[in-house]
Design a protein around this ligand. Structure first.
Ligand code: HEM
Length: 353
């Protein structure tokens, strides 16, 4: 058993963990480790927004183009494609890409064909919406968790330092915070507020959103490809409907509890066909707001309870894969840009008049 906090990120504590040193978690969980030299990563959400079946083909083509451009020099080490329909009925296709080096990301963005495409006035009147939500947390500002040690998702794929041993900080409310290295010395309280340029986002515009200090972000995913029999039924008929309810709540009523945006997304393969994998992606005013939802909302409490029960019932032989990555972002670790998107998109949500 080892700490989720890698040795080189440990420091003298001024804040305590929620558990005692002899705490033993009820089931095993692993973290991804960063290779030496991977100090800051980039998590980029490149979105294409459209409405109605007649635009879906063009939206898909735009997404495929973005994914092809990842193959240019300095492109990401890993990417996923995903889709969801938002509360306004728009299709949102997103290519999610990870870099282990922010300088490479900067060079990739500055590649003339990518930069010219993004800046072109044509982006405002080709009938589609586009966005880039870029989070670039330093190593102290994020954590990962995987229910199996054999395969990573998301940022874990590019961190390059392999898998940890079984970690101690999990299986109790507050463990997410305890896994983030910064929690050793900092309460990660949010301050300030979001602002938009121009101040009132509307469709047909380019909009930039400035985040505030300590915005919290989570990508929490599950894959049921390998589940069979009772476990598959449990996931599809018991857990998934509850999860969907929780995700719909955050999408529709999240603002009142500090959730700026929530997307319950389905993975697509390289040709756009759905895979048996999904994830929730949400941005929050603070880590504390996210924690409150996770430990008190009936949907997540029920999912958490079922997971604990199934793990034991299935004798720790779960085929359902669960993982998450959580970041607490400083001002300079966030960049959000929207082109011709509706004003409830992503971090714009709640800012329009
Ligand atoms: C089938 C889907 C899901 C399952 C089975 C599940 C289950 C769990 C479990 C078992 C834990 C505790 C993990 C540990 O510490 O060992 C946990 C923590 C957490 N989950 Fe989920 N979850 C799911 C989806 C989600 C989604 C979509 C979100 C949000 C977008 C979410 C947010 C959280 C948060 C914030 C925590 C950390 C709570 C803390 O440590 O204080 N979960 N979940």
């Amino acid at each position: 058993m080892e700490s989720a906090i890698a040795e080189h990120l440990k420091c003298p504590r001024t804040r305590h963990r929620r558990v005692e040193d002899d705490y033993t978690p009820p089931y095993p969980v692993w973290s991804a480790r960063a290779a030496a030299g991977v100090g800051q990563v980039v998590m980029g959400y490149f979105g294409v927004q459209s409405r109605g079946p007649e635009l879906q083909g063009r939206a898909c083509a735009a997404l495929m183009q973005i994914a092809r451009d990842f193959g240019l020099a300095d492109g990401p080490g890993h990417h996923d494609l995903a889709h969801f329909v938002d509360a306004e009925g728009f299709d949102n296709m997103i290519a999610i890409a990870y870099w282990s080096d922010p300088a490479a990301f900067g060079r990739w963005c500055a590649t003339p064909e990518i930069d010219d495409w993004w800046r072109s006035p044509a982006r405002l009147d080709d009938g589609l919406g586009y966005f880039r939500e870029i989070a670039s947390p330093r190593a102290e500002h994020y954590e990962t968790m995987f229910s199996t040690p054999d395969r990573f998702e998301g940022v874990g794929v590019v961190m390059g330092g392999g898998v940890s041993g079984e970690i101690q900080e999990h299986g109790y409310w507050g463990s997410m915070r305890d896994r983030i290295p910064l929690s050793q010395t900092d309460a990660m309280v949010a301050s300030g507020s979001r602002s938009a340029i121009p101040a009132t986002p509307a469709p047909g515009q380019r909009v930039r959103i400035a985040g505030h200090q300590n915005v919290a972000m989570i990508r929490s995913g599950q894959e049921w490809t390998d589940t069979t029999g009772k476990e598959r039924t449990l996931y599809l008929e018991d857990m998934e409907p509850t999860l969907r309810e929780g995700m719909d709540f955050l999408r529709d009523q999240g603002l009142a509890i500090g959730c700026y945006s929530n997307r319950y997304m389905h993975h697509l393969d390289a040709r756009g066909a759905p895979l048996q994998k999904s994830f929730g992606l949400s941005f929050w005013r603070s880590l504390a707001d996210m924690e409150r939802w996770a430990e008190s909302h009936p949907t997540h409490v029920a999912i958490f309870g079922s997971f604990m029960r199934y793990v034991q019932e299935l004798n720790f032989e779960l085929q359902l894969r669960v993982y998450h990555e959580v970041s607490v972002l400083k001002m300079d670790e966030q960049s959000y840009e929207y082109i011709n998107c509706h004003p409830r998109t992503g971090l714009m949500n709640g800012l329009a008049a």
